[in-house]
Design a protein around this ligand. Structure first.
Ligand SMILES: C[S@@+](CC[C@H](N)C(=O)[O-])C[C@H]1O[C@@H](n2cnc3c(N)ncnc32)[C@H](O)[C@@H]1O
Length: 357
């Protein structure tokens, strides 16, 4: 007979297949938030949801998982359980994994396709909304650095997603101008819409361009910026452009430094932890899934050592570092799963040293 622990692991492996699309969908429709706020509810109360029967089925399923409780034991009348409150509050954690649904849905085609004929797309809007909210926790140290320690008038966020970082930044530093750069027009349009609604007085622009094409976007940024002093931010962009190669990132930073030699940069990025750390922490971390869909879709998070090698070869000095969710590897070295760096151009550091002499 199978051991109880094995059965539970099997159920965990299977459950996400059902629960993830449901939680992602109901989260995006605002249903989960309403369920959290309401004292009690039934499916018919959600008039925005056209398929009431499917919602009823979903509620029964959630009740069987312990996410909902029946009010007074009555059929069809529920409230969110303590577990449901916690899970529904974190619905946005489901968006990024779920945005890769086409790859998973077509996995059976992909695995039989030796010629890369099957092409899948990430659901961009769900991806950028999910990324923005998921990444909120990493922004404060960088916002604080940009507010207190960096001299500039205009912030350029490369790989701006839905503009969540620029929003956090403008909330803390409302008197700056901002530009969002992204390869995806869904991102630049969403960023522009979000920022114009939230900060109608702020000078906001976007540029739709490949980050690696520094020559093209820098011309546009220069034209929009005029004489304004510039700072850069890039959140979870490096793994999108690295193709697992440090030299690509070194070249990218060097080209930015050539065009904008005085501009400080804040970087937030995910680290590829060792296989041993990933295995040891697999029950409490979604990193194996994140790395899988990065690898499967041609993205490349570097190991911690790789990012340190990039840093050693670019003309920037690390002035502030924040490491998140560190875990020890076999040699006892602490490896973060995410890091934030605040970088000052060497040109500025040297000028400050000359001034001090
Ligand atoms: C993981 S999301 C992060 C979004 C946002 N920076 C955040 O932290 O929420 C990566 C973003 O980089 C953009 N991106 C991917 N490849 C890019 C490239 N080559 N040039 C510019 N942007 C790119 C994607 O469209 C997406 O908006």
């Amino acid at each position: 007979m199978l051991k109880r622990a094995v059965i539970e692991d099997l159920v965990i492996l299977l459950r996400g297949f059902f629960a993830t699309p449901m939680i992602s969908s109901l989260g995006r429709l605002g249903v989960l938030e309403e369920m959290r706020q309401a004292e009690s509810f039934s499916a018919s109360a959600f008039t925005r949801v056209a398929n009431t029967k499917l919602l009823e089925d979903t509620f029964r399923y959630f009740a069987r998982l312990g996410l909902l409780e029946r009010v007074d034991g009555s059929e069809g009348h529920y409230r969110a359980s303590e577990l449901g409150q916690e899970v529904f509050r974190r619905a946005n954690s489901f968006y990024v994994p779920h945005s890769y649904f086409e790859y998973m849905h077509r996995y059976h085609d992909l695995i039989q396709d030796g010629k890369s004929a099957v092409v899948c797309q990430v659901e961009r809007l769900e991806n950028v909304i999910g990324s923005g909210i998921t990444h909120l926790r990493y922004f404060p140290p960088a916002v604080s650095y940009l507010k207190r320690k960096a001299a500039f008038e205009l912030l350029v966020d490369i790989g701006c997603g839905d503009g969540q970082f620029l929003t956090s930044f403008l909330e803390a530093v409302p008197d700056k101008r901002v530009i969002g750069v992204d390869l995806s027009s869904v991102s630049t349009e969403t960023t522009l819409g979000n920022l114009r609604t939230r900060f109608p007085q702020t000078d906001v622009a976007t540029v739709c361009c490949d980050a690696l094409d520094v020559q093209t976007w820098s011309l546009e940024v220069r034209r929009l910026a005029g004489n304004a002093r510039i700072a850069f931010s890039m959140w979870f962009l490096l793994h999108e452009i690295s193709r697992n190669r440090t030299d690509i990132l070194v070249d990218f930073f060097r080209r930015i430094a050539m065009v904008f030699p005085d501009a400080p940069i804040v970087v937030g990025e995910v680290v590829r932890q060792s296989e041993e750390v990933l295995l040891g922490n697999s029950a409490a971390s979604l990193m194996p899934e994140y790395l899988f869909f990065h690898e499967m879709s041609g993205r490349g998070s570097l190991p911690w050592q790789g990012y340190r090698e990039v840093l050693a070869q670019i003309p920037y000095e690390l002035v502030q570092e924040r490491l998140f969710d560190e875990a020890s590897d076999s040699s006892g070295q602490k490896i973060p799963s995410t890091f934030v760096w605040c970088l000052k151009p060497e040109a500025q550091v040297k000028a400050a040293e000359v001034k001090e002499l």
